[in-house]
Design a protein around this ligand. Structure first.
Ligand code: AMP
Length: 620
């Protein structure tokens, strides 16, 4: 692929010209974009303000104008319902997985059939992918303005604990932002590259990357061998960071100065600001003193150590678990790299260095190290670092067709070969006995635009209600590029498989054209996908409501039955519409109406069981 230069403006393939591939750190709190400038990795600053960090915040106004970064962050306290932050915590996740995040000031909605999350801003619904794409577009534009070049190709970093869905969602966000995402790189791998580890292919090393930011902590142990990084283990805490230390400083002051517990929002914000200032000041070994509502609050370095200690100890539990899982000993670790703003805390640096009996690497700015590493990885992919090992990768994504003709990617483009990836699916019709599995190659959201590689049928699935069978589909590419697809119904162990040998029959030009099309059509493709998904949700709800009515015929009141029936009528009516947000609001409305009924029936069944009518009956 490296030999084909794509002119995205014209949609043609050009003579190769030197191109810049940017590295992007798409962070929970802040994001950065970097590039290689004559062999040196540099963060690209804002042209006017000269700032490097872009707060990962998006604001959307009544006219659907979008603000990203500092300008959006300013709206956080003014219009919290329309200002989106921490979207990375929602990316590629289902509603159940984020149920414990309750501190968000904006509204989350769910699609029951897929579990997908939508964010409601006024009357519009946004996908976390769309919102992440807005941040990526902003970074792309920044890079284009500063470098005076069209930027198309990028490497984006993700935490090493990100699963398949989260990685695919990051790729999709890139595509939607008009970027060709060459590689998704683990953040600790990028940090290692920034420190020059992994640039010499003879080198073998074990690296521990300790990443403590504002809101999250993780530790990863990596093995570097023959120029390839392997994540041996990773542990962490998604609710532990510098913000918690600030909160603990506030609690410390509350006690020390007997401050009133009931404070106004303005006072709370000011206290939080003072606590962060105090932390940074005391960390620099100076005594912090300031006035708050007539009281002089202070913090010195030994008080700071006392406050930080329990948080440090919590990170050590994860560190010990990560070392245990990697099956290594502390002495085996060659390098300790620090990432994230909170690793500037001297106390943490000292304690870590004692624990590992080694000095810790702190020469690079902890906020920049991941983006710098991403730029280095991008440079390697651009072919500018000739020493680096070139590995075989999948030229296009591979996946299967799901309901509504959607492409569900199982192995992403540019994945290292050999590879094996699996994903679970289920049936959509009650009593379904056969499941057709059609395999496609390509980057578009609808299979009709991709290349079909083959299909087979998983037969003899025992009849079960829709959604109950668990079917695992595994894609395996061997070192010769041969794809094997295996489908297995887990409950009954029914297996069927197919081998596809002619995967690489596309020319480089055909593949390049496929990429051009996927980026040019990303916006339309994703909105078509969104429409199909919400229609799938409507069908799912209609089936469920009908089943619910039948099963609870005797328990439901007349009024409840007519509520559910009117929901079914509304959903049937809206099914043919092409207004995605309109359908979504009917779905939301029906969910709201039926939720209480479902709760009452559930309570009734539990009570029934407790009174001995349900479970006890079976014992008689
Ligand atoms: P990050 O999410 O990586 O940007 O890290 C942000 C966190 O780093 C915030 O909690 C900051 O208060 C903290 N931080 C930034 N500078 C310092 C410093 N000099 N000393 C201690 N903590 C800091």
């Amino acid at each position: 692929m490296g030999k084909v230069a794509i002119n995205f403006k014209e949609g043609t393939i050009d003579q190769a010209e030197e191109e810049i591939i940017v590295g992007i750190d798409l962070g929970t709190t802040n994001s950065l974009v970097a590039y290689m400038d004559s062999g040196i990795a540099r963060i690209i600053p804002d042209q006017v303000e000269n700032t490097l960090l872009v707060p990962s915040v998006i604001f959307i106004d009544e006219e659907n104008n979008i603000l990203v970064g500092d300008a959006a962050k300013k709206q956080l306290s003014i219009q919290p319902n329309s200002t989106i932050y921490s979207v990375k915590r929602l990316l590629g996740k289902s509603f159940q997985e984020v149920a414990n995040i309750n501190s968000l000031t904006y509204q989350l909605k769910t699609e029951e059939s897929s579990g997908a999350i939508k964010i409601k801003i006024r009357e519009k619904y946004y996908d976390p992918i769309e919102l992440s794409a807005m941040i990526l577009s902003y970074l792309k534009k920044r890079a284009e303005q500063v470098l005076q070049k069209k930027i198309i190709k990028a490497v984006i970093t993700v935490p090493s604990y990100f699963n398949d869905h989260q990685r695919q969602a990051t790729r999709d966000a890139g595509k939607l932002a008009g970027l060709d995402v060459l590689r998704i790189v683990n953040e600790p791998t990028a940090a290692s590259l920034a420190y020059g580890i992994g640039l010499n292919k003879q080198e073998s090393k074990i690296v521990a990357v300790y990443d403590l930011g504002g809101g999250t902590f993780d530790i990863s142990i990596l093995r570097l061998e023959d120029g390839v990084f392997d994540v041996l283990s990773t542990h962490g805490d998604t609710a532990l960071g510098g913000d918690d230390i600030d909160q603990a400083i506030i609690s410390h002051w509350m006690q020390k100065y007997n401050l009133p517990k009931e404070t106004s929002q303005i006072d709370r914000n000011r206290l939080r600001q003072l606590a962060e200032e105090a932390k940074i000041c005391a960390n620099g070994n100076a005594l912090f003193q300031n006035e708050f509502n007539g009281v002089i609050v202070s913090l010195d370095s030994s008080e700071l150590e006392t406050v930080v200690l329990p948080f440090f100890e919590r990170t050590m539990i994860s560190c010990k678990n990560a070392i245990k899982d990697s099956k290594l000993k502390i002495e085996d670790i060659d390098e300790i790299l620090l990432v994230g703003g909170s690793t500037r805390l001297e106390f943490i640096r000292k304690q870590l260095s004692q624990f590992f009996s080694k000095s810790v690497n702190t020469s690079l700015h902890p906020d920049h190290v991941v983006a710098l590493g991403a730029a280095i990885q991008a440079d390697i992919l651009a072919g500018n670092n000739k020493d680096f090992l070139l590995i075989d990768v999948t030229p296009l994504s591979l996946g299967i067709e799901t309901i509504g003709g959607l492409m569900d990617t199982i192995i992403a483009r540019n994945s290292k070969v050999p590879i094996s990836q699996a994903r679970s699916y289920t049936t959509s019709i009650d009593g379904q006995k056969n499941l057709k599995i059609a395999i496609y190659q390509g980057e578009r959201e609808l299979v009709q635009h991709n290349f079909k590689l083959g299909e087979f049928t998983l037969k003899n699935i025992p009849p079960m209600p829709a959604g109950l069978p668990k079917i695992e589909i595994q894609f395996l590419i061997d070192p010769d590029g041969i794809l094997k697809v295996k489908a297995k119904e887990i409950r009954t162990n029914t297996v069927q498989e197919i081998e596809i040998k002619s995967m690489q029959k596309l020319s480089e030009e055909q593949m390049a054209m496929m990429l051009i099309d996927s980026i040019k059509n990303a916006q339309t493709d994703l909105s078509v996908r969104g429409l199909i998904e919400i229609k799938n949700e409507v069908n799912y709800l209609i089936t469920n409501y009908n089943r619910f009515l039948k099963q609870n015929e005797t328990i439901l009141t007349q009024e409840e039955k007519s509520t559910i029936n009117s929901c079914i009528v509304d959903l049937q009516k809206v099914k043919e519409s092409d207004d995605k947000d309109g359908i979504q609001s009917i779905v939301d409305h029906c969910n709201q109406l039926t939720e209480q009924i479902a709760h009452r029936i559930m309570d009734y069944s539990i009570q029934d069981a407790l009174q001995g009518k349900g479970i006890a009956d079976t014992n008689e």
